[in-house]
Design a binder for this molecule. Structure first.
Ligand code: FAD
Length: 290
């Protein structure tokens, strides 16, 4: 199928982009096109205007100052996957990207596009929730920062206004030597996850867990933060038995069902993915200590 007719705009600056967004009726931003183009071709979206971000200066970067890491919205997923800076500061991002689509889709797909598309199973969405990222958006009124806990409003609905653009995602890196684990179940490698889990663990000097983050993706329309498990992990000695026991109640969580995957199957996967992600994180944190 071919997309419906639209007018194409090719701005070079963020200011120009924001002006276009603020003045054009029914406009869509084009980033890597890996989700938008299929949506256009299938006529799920019918914009009158397409604003291409690919030549807008200043939107693709990975920078760090101390523990703060800034990623430009137009940074390609493949560049994040291969970034030495991310491997050192936010290693869960490259680990999760190994599960995202294919080399070809990662070459074009961007972090800002993935977060804005907000598929419930998108790996970057799950990971940004676990990392407590902050999303910076720009619009006619200036810029504002949205904590990731407030970014997904509902099914594929980000908290960005129609006249706003995601410009940057900001992270506070966990301490050096922290553990990270990403686990997912998908029918085939490269498919969207049915259920995924992202875990981060920081150990205390005595080998017990000091801090934990655990998020499930794909279970509900928005990421499922497992705050009760995070709290229960603090102060404990990590073990497979502990992770299995704490994650067991995930089988009772609310879950979506659809024509292909019933809610009961997602609930079945939830504790399995959660404990696998925790076990991977614990293994990495333990190896960093020894
Ligand atoms: C075969 C295939 C397999 C895939 N598998 C996976 C997978 O396993 N996991 C996964 O997560 N994804 C997967 N994807 C999707 C892919 O990763 C996309 O890159 C991603 O969903 C969208 O990023 P994009 O840069 O291509 O955005 P686009 O497709 O260009 O845009 C997506 C949406 O975001 C909006 N948007 C884009 N940038 C901005 C911005 N800066 N500010 C505000 N709004 C913006 C657009 O208007 C549009 O609504 C797959 C895609 C394909 C084709």
């Amino acid at each position: 199928m071919k997309p419906p007719p639209f007018r194409y705009h090719d701005p070079r600056t963020l200011a120009e982009t924001v002006t276009l967004l603020g003045t054009l009726e029914n406009a869509k931003l084009l980033a890597g096109g890996q989700s938008l183009m299929p949506m256009l071709n299938m006529r799920f979206v019918l914009p009158d205007h397409l604003i291409d971000l690919n030549k807008v200066a200043g939107l693709a970067h990975v920078e760090a100052e101390g523990r703060t890491v800034r990623i430009g919205a137009m940074t390609r997923q493949r560049d994040l996957e291969r970034s030495a800076l991310l491997a050192a500061k936010l290693p869960i991002i490259p680990a999760a990207l190994a599960h995202v689509g294919h080399l070809q889709t990662r070459n074009r797909g961007t972090i800002g596009g993935s977060l804005s598309h907000l598929d419930p199973s998108a790996e970057l969405v799950t990971v940004c929730a676990a990392l407590d990222a902050t999303v910076t958006v720009a619009g006619p009124g200036g810029t504002r920062a949205i904590p990731f806990s407030e970014f997904p409003l509902g099914y594929m609905t980000p908290a960005t206004g129609l006249d706003e653009i995601v410009t940057e995602i900001v992270f506070e890196a966990w301490p050096a030597g922290h553990g990270f684990g990403f686990a997912e179940y998908a029918r085939r490698h490269g498919d969207f996850a049915i259920v995924s889990a992202a875990a981060l663990l920081a150990f205390r000097d005595d080998g017990r867990i000091g801090r934990a983050a655990l998020v499930l993706g794909g279970l509900e329309p928005v990421p499922t933060r497992l705050s009760a498990i995070e709290a229960a992990l603090a102060g404990e000695t990590p073990s497979e038995e502990l992770f299995a026991e704490l994650c067991r109640p995930c089988a009772e969580l609310e879950a979506m069902g659809d024509a292909l995957v019933p809610a009961s199957y997602r609930r079945h996967l939830a504790p399995v993915m959660a404990r696998r992600a925790l076990a991977r994180a614990a293994g990495i944190a333990a190896a960093a200590i020894h």
